[in-house]
Design a protein around this ligand. Structure first.
Ligand code: PHE
Length: 358
């Protein structure tokens, strides 16, 4: 029986020492498996006489049950510990503040295009687009810009190598060629605005070799200068959100319009600070005029039946004025800090503060 005690102590120590489920399984096979220590003892019972077998059998059974119980208890402990370890390893701290979401923002030029399109859209204009690379016929000739006009000089215009339709190739210097394309392709009545990139050989705080313009064109049988004035006064007031913004039309000259007028808005420059609105001063913001009959003829539109008006303005310029952006060059520097400061949330509706009165 001492042997049995020793075996018992030994097996219980092995169970206790099993560090993981695999080691515990080895202990179980070594004790209770087919060739395990306890099973071997059981096999010896057959050779005993009945009296001894009864006593020994009972003792062996007690031992077997005790070892099986100890193994089971140890298994539960090890399984619990394994689960704990996994939980600890996979723990997430739900109290950590969420990582900040990086959101893009709309460039002021995109925002301004959206605003201008929204305002003219409400007046019934649609958007027309054309290529940045043009032949000089679309950019100059069709617009009644004579060969000796300074805009055609190389210091003003980027000429590209090669010819387009047998004519010199240029980067368009305004979006007016889109008006020519529109008139060649559609029958009046026409009401379009043409936003897009334009290029001129110029670079300083208020000029960039690439910038954006939006031009507009209206052609109809009864359109007159009064329509031009009403349309542009409404636009200026809606865009700057000032219901009674003073707007002035000043005689000017463009080869493609006759008569032509530059449009100024009221402002104040008191104390060196520019403020749009009332104040006795004027600020030029766009060019306009009644479409020159020569331009209509170049586009196959009968000038004795149709007439209309056109206008054009720099998008960066009106964005700088509305949002107080001091330097044009910063528009193209792709400085994230600048974009975060002057950019717009993508879901902001175009600003229609003041709106259109009609
Ligand atoms: N195309 C002119 C420019 O680029 C703007 C303009 C358009 C003026 C239409 C009058 C009429 O300066």
């Amino acid at each position: 029986m001492d042997d049995l005690d020793k075996l018992r102590t030994d097996l219980l120590a092995q169970v206790d020492a099993a560090a993981d489920l695999k080691a515990l399984e080895d202990v179980r096979v070594g004790a209770l498996g087919k060739k395990g220590a306890v099973s071997e003892l059981m096999k010896g019972l057959g050779r005993m006489d009945p009296e001894a077998r009864r006593t020994a059998g009972a003792a062996f059974n007690v031992l077997k049950t005790e070892i099986a119980g100890a193994i089971e208890a140890r298994r539960k402990r090890l399984e619990g510990a394994a689960l704990e370890a996994r939980l600890a390893g996979e723990r997430i701290d739900v109290t950590l503040p969420a990582r900040e979401e990086q959101r893009g923002s709309l460039h002021p030029v995109s925002q301004t295009i959206d605003e201008v399109v929204a305002i003219f859209g409400e007046m019934g204009f649609t958007v027309a687009e054309g290529p940045d690379i043009e032949s000089d016929w679309y950019n100059f000739t069709a617009l009644n810009i004579p060969p000796e006009h300074p805009a055609r000089q190389e210091q003003d215009t980027f000429y590209l190598p090669g010819e387009t339709d047998g004519r010199p190739t240029v980067l368009r210097t305004h979006t007016s060629p889109v008006q020519i394309r529109t008139m060649l392709n559609a029958k009046p009545p026409i009401r379009v605005i043409c936003p897009g990139r334009t290029y001129r050989c110029d670079y300083d705080a208020t000029h960039s070799p690439m910038f954006h313009q939006v031009e507009g064109l209206v052609i109809d049988e009864t359109t007159h200068m009064g329509h031009l004035k009403g349309c542009l006064i409404d636009f200026c007031r809606a865009y700057f959100g000032i219901d009674d913004l003073p707007v002035r039309f000043r005689p000017s000259y463009f080869p493609f319009t006759e008569p032509s007028a530059e449009v100024d808005i009221g402002c104040s420059r008191a104390g060196g600070e520019l403020k749009i609105g009332h104040g006795g001063d004027w600020l030029e913001i766009l060019g306009s005029g009644m479409v020159n009959p020569a331009v209509l003829e170049n586009c196959g539109i009968d000038p004795t039946r149709y007439q209309g008006f056109a206008f054009g303005m720099g998008l960066e310029r009106i964005a700088m004025l509305k949002y107080g952006i001091p330097d044009l060059r910063t528009f193209y520097e792709s400085d994230l800090r600048w974009l975060r400061h002057y950019g717009f949330a993508a879901l902001d509706l175009p600003s229609m503060v003041g709106g259109l009165s009609r």
